[in-house]
Design a protein. Sequence first.
Length: 61
Amino acid sequence: MARIDLNKDIKVADMQAVLSAIRSEAAVHGLRLELAPNEDNVWIIRPAPQKTESTSKGALQ
């Protein structure tokens, strides 16, 4: 994988490909992310809420 110089502007031609790569990399590490543009069309990336599983009685384990 190529290294990115974060001291320079990054130009993206295909944002969906970038978002897909970010999701895939997060999944490799067992993470889920929410990715969405805000009202200023700035992409917000944050951890997705963890799904909790309940027992048959509804108690969390």
